[in-house]
Design a protein. Structure first.
Length: 361
């Protein structure tokens, strides 16, 4: 068998503005997670649609996976594709699970004794690091991954990667359009049935997550394959404002209509605009930083959310005190995500990549 050329594993040039927008979306979803603890009525939450950042992530992922692998997955093979994705994604899955475990055991604001056996905790931890949905934690509102709630979207990201490698990478463009249309109809059905597109994170709403990624991932892939890139001069700032408008849109009785519009039309449009806009050189470093911290931030922040939830339940801080907590909290979490990236994620991924390259020489 002919040996694989290590050069084919090299990462392609990034769309830096899309990376920057991913960071904006990550900060939005962390803000949303803070706010939903304080305001269970999402209509009173200024960023009540922050959860739609996940659908934007999915759409970006479809575009980026198509760009990065469509022309080389046949040469590198499915096995090497899966290795690439595991090296990219899984170190932070493990790290986020460890943080979630430590936060569960040592939550300083939760006075209640842990009502779980060591065996139960170990099972939940193993489920978390191996990405096996296990929605049994009532004290975590039956999240699919009780120790790291945002991992539900990573589970579906893994599923999408598997489907891409086995089917979508070879699927003709006309059949991809059919899949996009069918999954768009499914998005509309879920929104109409539930009143919104918030599901996917719990055992009860498990399949809603599948519907959300089925549309957004294939839509992003469609934007890439049909070269639906729109040349424009909106730049990073202009597109960031447009992206934030989706998250800041009012949470209302019209969600069944507004959310499918945002997911089906608006997010693919933003991806098409982001891939075709011009980057101001003065903002390049901000875009790179924003993109770099987006995934570490998303995968490491939620253990703090559980502790914040315990603190809020015990103290019921007013709006002013919430501002004093959330604003510095965002800065601290972004800083922590950066440190995790520099000290743990990048070195580990570099080590694993070098070992892999040596193995195929």
């Amino acid at each position: 068998m002919e040996k694989l050329n290590p050069g084919i594993l090299k990462t392609k040039q990034h769309f830096e503005i899309l990376d920057g927008l991913r960071g904006v979306a990550a900060i939005a979803v962390v803000t949303f997670h803070f706010m939903e603890i304080a305001y269970s009525d999402y209509s009173k939450d200024f960023i009540g649609h922050g959860f739609l950042a996940v659908d934007f992530f999915f759409c970006l992922s479809g575009f980026v996976i198509g760009y990065a692998y469509d022309d080389r997955i046949g040469k590198m093979g499915i096995k090497e594709f899966f290795k690439s994705r595991l090296i990219r994604l899984h170190p932070l899955v493990v790290f986020g699970s460890v943080l979630g475990l430590l936060g569960f055991i040592f939550d300083p604001f939760n006075a209640q004794p842990i009502a779980r056996s060591a065996g139960s905790i170990l099972l939940l931890f193993l489920s978390s690091i191996f990405m096996i949905p296990n929605a049994i934690m009532s004290e975590r509102y039956f999240n699919l991954f009780g120790f790291n709630a945002p991992a539900w979207s990573l589970f579906w990201e893994y599923v999408a990667n598997i489907v891409y490698a086995l089917v979508l990478c070879r699927l003709h463009r006309r059949y991809l359009i059919v899949l996009v249309v069918i999954s768009a109809a499914a998005i509309c059905y879920v929104a109409n049935r539930s009143g919104n597109l918030m599901g996917g994170w719990s055992g009860e709403t498990f399949w809603d997550g599948g519907v959300r990624i089925a549309y957004s991932f294939t839509a992003g892939l469609l934007v890439y394959r049909h070269n639906l890139i729109i040349k424009n001069r909106l730049g990073f700032i202009g597109l960031s404002v447009l992206l934030m408008l989706a998250f800041l849109s009012p949470f209302s009785s019209w969600n069944w209509l507004s959310e499918p519009f945002i997911v089906i039309i608006y997010f693919p449009l933003l991806v098409a605009l982001g891939a075709g806009t011009v980057l101001n050189e003065g903002l390049r470093k901000i875009c790179v930083f924003s993109g770099n911290i987006s995934y570490p931030l998303y995968m490491t922040h939620y253990f703090v959310m559980w502790m914040f939830g315990s603190y809020y339940a015990a103290n019921k801080p007013d709006a002013l005190h919430l501002a004093y907590i959330i604003a510095p909290g965002l800065i601290i979490l972004v800083t922590f995500a950066y440190l995790v990236m520099k000290v743990y994620d990048v070195p580990l991924r570099r080590y694993l990549t070098e070992r892999r390259k040596q193995a195929i020489k």
